[in-house]
Ligand binder design. Structure first.
Ligand SMILES: Nc1ncnc2c1ncn2[C@@H]1O[C@H](COP(=O)(O)OS(=O)(=O)O)[C@@H](OP(=O)(O)O)[C@H]1O
Length: 372
């Protein structure tokens, strides 16, 4: 009805307006298809802005799902919470002007996008309070290493869950990258060597060892922070102190009898498959110890002196802070605690107790750790 009422002049203007709108729409459509898709959709800056800030409450969950965010090098929720639950405050560099950090970033993001979850090729199996977290956090700055931040306890507590479950926990890696995890209790778990060798005979094993007396005191100090009412160190360490009878059933003592545990490992692995890191040298010369770890893992030596500095407040080496990051670069408060004070006489008695075990251990591994 309406258009019947329009005059011929009005009809002409309506048609003209319709044709103009149509041709403008077509032009816009062609332009979008030809140009916009290739620029806007792959623009990293733009996509980067779409990624939620990773310290936002809901963002951590979401980041794990947003492949594009992961591919931009933003750590996934799993990685973040893994590091926190693993008690480490050390964060790997988010970015840096230096070449190694850039390579690492590229490898991490490529692995997250194209990599596969694989069973670990290498394990840090012990020892508790030896410096295992430091080794894991230092080695994972290598671009060819991807490590699980938490301790999965697969070969001791979770073995029934099966290898598929275990593999599912691992970070994605490229074929050229090593998958690594650390669980210090493996070293003293009777079934661990057999179980690990049945996963693969070729698994490389790293053991961080430390003077067993200092290790025991460190272990006790940690227990005390959780259970302040436990007996004194001396009460737990000796069955009869005046007779010098040490209580070897106390875990803090038993773990330090390294040779006994090692013999179990040597039933399943060649000595050349096991690398021993000195917990003491890891503090005085982290780069030197990490060079040997890189050699053992068949990695190019990338981690060196230039990655470390000695933090006087903490009293330990820390990783240098990349220019663009404000993250703390030292291990968390639970690493490098002030130990409870133990009488020198008790220390001497325990040194005496451990001596024969230490000597046998040095002979077996072919290295003197100088604890005596
Ligand atoms: N760079 C650096 N920073 C901080 N701490 C360092 C470092 N290198 C080695 N260590 C020593 O690591 C000890 C903790 O060992 P672990 O990480 O194996 O402990 S745990 O078994 O995972 O709980 C921890 O033991 P305590 O000093 O007794 O706290 C440290 O002595």
């Amino acid at each position: 009805m309406a258009h019947r009422l329009l005059s011929p002049a009005n009809k002409f203007s309506a048609r003209f307006a319709f044709i103009c709108t149509l041709s403008l729409s077509c032009t816009y459509l062609c332009y979008s298809v030809l140009f916009c898709r290739s620029t806007v959709m792959t623009n990293q800056g733009y996509e980067g802005k779409r990624c939620p800030p990773k310290n936002h409450a809901g963002a951590k969950k979401l980041l794990g799902k947003l492949e594009v965010c992961a591919s931009l090098g933003v750590r996934t929720a799993l990685d973040e919470s893994a590091v926190r639950r693993g008690t480490a405050d050390l964060r790997e560099p988010a970015s840096s002007g230096s070449h190694w950090a850039a390579t690492r970033l590229t490898n991490v993001s490529t692995a997250q996008k194209y990599g596969n979850k694989k069973l670990p090729n290498a394990l840090i199996v012990g020892v508790k309070k030896g410096g295992t977290r430091a080794v894991l956090e230092f080695i994972r700055i290598h671009p060819d290493v991807r490590a699980l931040g938490t301790e999965p306890h697969f070969f001791d507590r979770n073995y029934e869950r099966g290898l598929d479950w275990y593999r599912g926990l691992m970070p994605r890696t490229l074929d050229s990258q090593i998958t690594l995890e650390k669980t210090p209790s493996y070293f003293v778990t009777r079934e661990a060597p057999r179980r690990i060798s049945s996963m693969s005979h070729e698994t490389k094993l790293i053991v961080v060892v430390r003077n067993p007396v200092t290790r025991a005191i460190s272990d006790y100090t940690q227990t005390l922070t959780k259970k302040p009412d436990i007996p004194t160190f001396e009460e737990l360490a000796f069955k009869n102190r005046s007779l010098g009878l040490v209580d070897t059933s106390w875990n803090a003592i038993r773990i330090g009898m390294y040779i006994l545990h090692l013999e179990n490992w040597l039933q399943y692995f060649r000595l050349s498959q096991i690398h021993f890191v000195s917990g003491e040298r890891l503090i005085t010369d982290p780069a030197g110890e990490m060079s040997r770890v890189q050699d053992f893992l068949g990695l190019k030596r990338i981690i060196s002196d230039k990655h470390f500095y000695f933090n006087r407040t903490k009293g330990f080496p820390c990783l240098k802070k990349p220019e663009s990051s404000s993250h703390p670069r030292c291990l968390g408060k639970s690493k490098g605690r002030t130990h409870v004070q133990i009488e020198q006489e008790v220390i001497d008695q325990l040194q005496e107790f451990y001596r024969p075990f230490n000597i046998k251990f040095y002979e077996t591994v072919g290295q003197d750790f100088k604890w005596d």
